[in-house]
Design a protein around this ligand. Structure first.
Ligand SMILES: Nc1ncnc2c1ncn2[C@@H]1O[C@H](COP(=O)(O)OP(=O)(O)OP(=O)(O)O)[C@@H](O)[C@H]1O
Length: 393
């Protein structure tokens, strides 16, 4: 859903998600800097996925938004109002955690109804109607009368999510809400959660360390590393134009390969490769699907340079070429990912699985096969020594 639609959805559901503004938020735990200079604006009704490795500060940021943790520096605003000093219950936020706690002696319906009656002070009939509607939206309307012990883990988690979302808080914070569930269930449930959030129009922050989950759930994805924001962008921007080397090598399956080199006279040279590069380049990156794999030409064994020590020549069209030997190849549905050991390091290449099935073609994907990898200039990304992407515009 695009922002223009958000207002409509919010009006239809009677909820208005609010804008969230983070201004240089920081949080220190003694000597540990859990969060630093975190600035981000989230639009009303937008879902932002917070993605990052363990310890990158995702939960700390969420807890600050919830009011469970105070920032050491910076400001947090909901709808333009500074949240400093406001307790969790004063912020109108809904929290969904991995570890849910339902009342065991109450039915699913009563678990939701109770939260609405006491959390939202709704009348009994209005609360029951809202609770039923929410359970229906999560595909568990038929389980309304069951107690938690009579449900599967996935069903219980749906009830817990329903209980948090039924309140229609203006901000919804989800911290790895599905990490206890199996992969198939996670995929199903994330679709339902997103549909529900859209319907309610709440602004949502969704913490995950699973990149496919982040890319599927987020209107935009915020990639965190070491307490800092590396990039905030749509899933396409994050994938196609990673702002930093960290993002490039964190997102993608397998992620971008980045080869280090030294720049002289417009040429980035590393072990076994040389490529025309912009000023400031210290490394060249290429996605697995940006490379073409071909059997090494006869007489030029893969892996080793033609003459040991002889620098490879850069190519006039700006493309990257590097030789190597296949280490292993992995069949993934219609594609195959081939890992090639080159003098500059391991390089991942994605090829059509059919490429290897053509009769009469030497199988360039079997282990040990000498191969040549080529990527056109348009498939290359260059990074500075600090890991920043060098603009190509
Ligand atoms: N209460 C605390 N006391 C001391 N250090 C803390 C505390 N809470 C978090 N930290 C530290 O702050 C950093 C960020 O932690 P945080 O839990 O926010 O990361 P995360 O990205 O959510 O990680 P994970 O994916 O493992 O949950 C870590 O180095 C962590 O050890």
């Amino acid at each position: 859903m695009r922002p223009d639609d958000d207002a409509l959805a919010a009006t239809a559901a009677g909820t208005a998600g609010v804008p969230i503004d983070m201004e240089s938020l920081g949080r220190d735990f003694g000597p540990v800097r859990a969060l630093a200079e975190m600035s981000m604006s989230v639009r009303p009704g937008e879902i932002v996925a917070l993605l990052g490795p363990s310890g990158s500060g995702k939960s700390t940021l969420l807890r600050i938004c919830a009011g469970l943790e105070a920032p050491t520096s910076g400001r947090l605003l909901f709808a333009g109002v500074d949240q400093a000093g406001l307790a969790p219950h004063q912020r109108d936020v809904a929290l969904v955690f991995q570890h849910y706690a339902l009342y065991p002696h109450l039915s699913a319906l009563d678990n939701l109804t109770l939260a609405l009656r006491y959390g939202r002070r709704m009348s009994r009939s209005a609360a029951v109607a809202r609770a039923r509607e929410t359970l229906e939206m999560l595909g568990i309307g038929a389980l309304a009368d069951r107690r938690p012990a009579q449900m599967s883990g996935g069903q219980r988690q749906r009830v817990a999510i329903g209980r948090a979302l039924a309140r229609r808080a203006r901000v919804v914070l989800l911290d790895e809400p599905m990490s206890g569930l199996d992969a198939k269930l996670r995929v199903e449930l994330r679709v339902e959660i997103v549909a529900l959030l859209r319907r309610l129009g709440s602004t949502a922050l969704f913490v995950t360390h699973d990149q496919s989950e982040a890319m599927a759930v987020g209107d935009r994805v915020a990639v965190l590393n070491g307490g800092r924001l590396e990039q905030l962008g749509t899933p396409d921007e994050i994938y196609d134009r990673p702002a930093t080397r960290f993002v490039a090598t964190f997102v993608g399956s397998p992620p971008m390969t980045v080869l280090d080199g030294a720049l002289t006279e417009g040429m980035l040279r590393g072990p076994g490769f040389a490529v025309a590069a912009p000023a400031g380049a210290a490394a060249v990156g290429v996605r697995p699907e940006g490379l073409e794999l071909a059997p090494a030409a006869a007489g030029s064994p893969g892996g080793a340079p033609a003459a040991p020590g002889a620098p490879p020549a850069a190519r006039l069209d700006g493309s990257l070429r590097i030789a190597g030997n296949v280490v292993v190849s992995e069949r993934l549905g219609a594609e195959r990912v081939v890992y090639v050991q080159t003098a500059a390091g391991a390089v991942a290449v994605r090829v059509s699985a059919r490429q290897t099935d053509v009769a009469g073609t030497p199988d360039a994907t079997r282990a040990g096969a000498p191969v040549t990898l080529t990527a056109p200039a348009t498939a290359l990304a260059f990074f500075t020594g600090d890991g920043a992407l060098i603009g190509v515009d």
